[in-house]
Design a protein around this ligand. Structure first.
Ligand code: ADP
Length: 274
């Protein structure tokens, strides 16, 4: 039995949402919700690099860091400024031409965020309604790993969002990622494709060391194709690359700082396909 409070919370969550500009029928903004089954597979690194690659091509791009508990986008983009407030609108800081909003910009220091589902939903809703992104060509959402509350909120708040699933080549990782992608079937969202990250490490002699096995991305793409009964392509494979990790730590996305690196080339090719 639900308490009146819980009932009110549920009602609030299921209330049809209005006023999000990206949901206007004439909106041309492509919305990419970047998902993964588990953490540490490179979801945020992929999000940031794809967004920066598109912005470098002259597109108007935004990122919503919806990984509320594990926000990392500001660090990956060397962003430490606070958003400014004009009237009731929040103006998102811009890095590398990309407009970015993250819960990390609202918490002091590196405090953990301990919120429950309904609060997460409200935070995301506020990011989408109160933050002035203007007219965007592409909006990226960096989702938390797994199939949690946020994935459902995204489906409710942004029904037009297309899911981009990031996995490693390991079949176990592909299994959990499949669950993340399969949520799209329930929410009737499009799965735009699979990105396999950490696919191999290139050796000095040019050979590839497949540290995490192989085939996870391809397997996941074909399984998701069956699950959602629509073609889900493997958009690309990104090798392990020290440059990518260094670029992340320095807040300098490699598609801009080291576009000729192995991972940089691969990320730029993936961005072309979106
Ligand atoms: P997630 O968002 O899935 O938790 P991150 O993007 O934060 O993952 O990546 C986790 C760590 O792995 C980061 O330190 C990142 O720099 C590193 N990393 C991700 N992809 C690669 C790669 N292809 N090569 C080297 N390091 C990588």
């Amino acid at each position: 039995v639900m308490t009146p409070e819980q009932r009110a919370e549920l009602k609030e969550r299921l209330r049809p949402q209005r006023g999000i500009p990206f949901n206007q029928p004439d909106s041309l903004t492509r919305i990419y919700a970047v998902a993964s089954g588990k953490g540490g597979v490179g979801k945020s690194s992929v999000t940031v690099n794809l967004a920066c690659a598109m912005a470098a091509q002259g597109l108007k791009v935004g990122i919503v860091d919806a990984d509320i508990y594990g926000f990392s986008v500001p660090g990956l983009m060397n962003l430490s400024v606070q958003p400014t407030k004009v009237d009731e609108m929040i103006l998102p800081p811009v890095a590398y031409g990309v407009k970015v909003i993250s819960i990390g910009m609202f918490v002091a220091g590196n405090q953990p965020v301990a919120w429950r589902g309904p609060m997460l939903h409200r935070a995301l809703e506020q990011f989408l309604t109160d933050v002035y992104f203007g007219d965007l060509d592409a909006l990226f959402l960096d989702l938390p790993p797994g199939t949690g509350d946020i994935a459902i909120s995204v489906a409710q708040l942004l029904p037009r969002a297309e899911i981009l699933v990031v996995t490693t080549p390991q079949s176990a990782a592909a299994d959990v990622a499949e669950r993340a992608g399969a949520i799209a079937l329930q929410t009737q969202q499009k799965v735009v494709g699979v990105v396999e990250n950490m696919s191999w490490l290139e050796q000095a002699d040019g050979s590839r060391l497949e540290l995490f096995g192989s085939g996870g991305g391809k397997l996941l793409a074909s399984r998701l194709t069956q699950t959602v009964a629509a073609e889900v392509p493997l958009l690309g494979q990104i090798p392990l690359d020290i440059a990518l990790r260094e670029g992340g730590d320095a807040g300098a996305p490699i598609v801009l700082s080291q576009p000729d690196s192995a991972a940089g080339v691969s990320l730029l090719q993936i961005a072309e396909k979106l």
